[in-house]
Design a protein. Structure first.
Length: 105
């Protein structure tokens, strides 16, 4: 029985030594993915804005002080949330559709 207790103690200590290293690797990879996803997109007036399906929405009219781009759709000034924007193959893309933006208030 004493051999079993000693073996169990060694196994427990070994597992505690391995667990923090596994979590550190996980945190590093999550951090890298988060930083890559949060990379700023190039927001300049005149740059074309595309929907996720690849259709053109409208050129950016201006960028508001809060960093959200604004476009003119159907004669209305629409603010596109910067959180919905990505740079997909060099194109400024929003996760919202043209219909979603047009119906925004």
């Amino acid at each position: 029985m004493k051999k079993f207790v000693a073996l169990a103690a060694v196994a427990s200590i070994a597992s505690f030594a391995v667990v923090p290293a596994a979590f550190a690797e996980t945190n590093q990879s999550v951090r890298a993915v988060t930083e890559e996803a949060a990379a700023p997109v190039d927001l300049t007036a005149g740059k074309m804005l595309y929907a996720a399906n690849g259709t053109r929405i409208a050129p950016i009219y201006r960028v508001a002080a809060d960093g959200n781009p604004q476009v003119i759709l159907n004669g209305r000034l629409i603010t596109v949330p910067a959180t919905s924007l990505t740079d997909a193959q060099g194109k400024l893309t929003t996760s919202l559709s043209k219909k979603d933006l047009a119906s925004a208030k």
